[in-house]
Design a binder for this molecule. Structure first.
Ligand SMILES: *[C@@H]1O[C@H](CO)[C@@H](O)[C@H](O)[C@H]1NC(C)=O
Ligand SMILES: *[C@@H]1O[C@H](CO)[C@@H](O)[C@H](O)[C@H]1NC(C)=O
Ligand SMILES: *[C@@H]1O[C@H](CO)[C@@H](O)[C@H](O)[C@H]1NC(C)=O
Length: 322
């Protein structure tokens, strides 16, 4: 006997689990590329591409999205950059000390309502451009002479603000570096992006993300073109197990050597040069990346929805039994 009331319960049971995670839930081992100082290549043979929110136009983001890849949009959430179009919206009191070695950038008072409003506007722009995720940088002011007395507690509060506002908008949100606060925010952030955890022996700090089946996107900087020994020294480092490590130049252009084991977008890459715009990717690296299970990336993306459907079906059976 299916009453109208149980129909309503049924509908709710179907809808609730499906909307519980309305944003991308990436899983560990995902392949990626990061390009901040050049135009991104939407059809690179990777599952996710991290590019500059302001430096990439909406049609490039939509090409990326239409190809089924995931767009991660980078912006600095913890520093002002005086060349950004919204820079004049920061109040003078929002700015702390200059960033060491980064001209035109100052630490931001992340407790300021005005700073937070500017960041949610950037998230709205990310949504409009079709970004699946954001990579908010410079959230580790506590580790620097920031001139604003910002602490790790302030950073945790800010990350919880950024993740909750991002999720409200359907965006996955990453944690950039910020190793000291991983335990407090690993359940909020959807992935982690770090620089040089192998080099500085900090990868253990980010292991909780891997344990939660969330990707850790690692960047290891090198000068020039490393030889195979140098590549192996990074890629064979046990501390980065299951992390999606890229060997990159400091300028974060297109040049890249991905460590093996990352789940590539597809085995049928249409271009031999698809992983990057670089010919320096060795044959072994390329095949290691592209012999990964076909379309596992797609499966990973649909798992939350499938989980939702399974939950909904279970609920349906339960309601029917009642
Ligand atoms: C978007 O950027 C790409 C790469 O720089 C460029 O080729 C394309 O013409 C741009 N499209 C628009 C509509 O501005
Ligand atoms: C930071 O703390 C010091 C010492 O308590 C204090 O003198 C200074 O005014 C504080 N600065 C800011 C920006 O709050
Ligand atoms: C990318 O590859 C194309 C084709 O090989 C080449 O013409 C172009 O200069 C490359 N761009 C970069 C930034 O390396």
């Amino acid at each position: 006997m299916v009453t109208q009331r149980s129909n309503i319960i049924l509908t709710a049971a179907l809808l609730l689990p499906l909307s519980a995670h309305a944003w991308w839930q990436p899983t560990k081992d995902l392949s990626w590329q990061i390009v901040l100082s050049d135009t991104i290549i939407p059809f690179a043979d990777v599952s996710a591409i991290d590019g500059d929110l302001f430096g990439t136009n909406a049609s490039t983001w939509s090409d990326l999205k239409n190809s089924g890849r995931k767009a991660i949009c980078y912006f600095s959430a913890g520093s002002s950059e005086n060349w950004r179009p919204d820079f004049n919206q920061f109040a003078k009191s929002d700015l702390g000390s200059p960033l060491d070695g980064w001209p035109g950038e100052n630490w931001l008072n992340t407790k300021s309502d005005n700073v937070r409003r500017i960041m949610t506007n950037r998230m709205d722009m990310a949504v409009k451009n079709g970004c699946d995720a954001i990579d908010p940088d410079n959230t580790d002011a506590y580790d620097n002479d920031n001139g604003l007395n910002l602490t790790t507690d302030d950073a945790v509060d800010y990350i919880k603000f950024l993740t909750s506002e991002g999720h409200k908008r359907g965006l996955a949100v990453g944690l950039k570096n910020s190793g000291e606060i991983v335990q407090q925010v690993v359940s909020d952030a959807d992935f982690q992006v770090n620089e040089q955890c192998v080099q500085y022996k900090e990868c253990d700090d980010f292991r909780p993300f891997i344990n939660a089946n969330k990707p850790v996107f690692g960047i290891e900087y090198v000068k020039d073109t490393p030889d195979q020994n140098a590549i192996d020294k990074i890629c064979n480092d046990e501390s980065r197990k299951d992390m999606s490590t890229l060997i990159k130049h400091m300028d974060l252009g297109r040049w890249v050597i991905p460590c093996p084991g990352q789940i590539a977008w597809t085995t049928s890459a249409t271009s031999s040069n698809a992983f990057s715009n670089s010919s320096s990717v060795s044959a072994s690296q390329t095949s290691a990346a592209s012999t990964a299970t076909p379309s596992t990336g797609i499966a990973a993306f649909s798992l939350p929805q499938l989980g939702g459907v399974a939950f909904a079906l279970t609920s349906l059976v339960t309601v029917a039994l009642l």
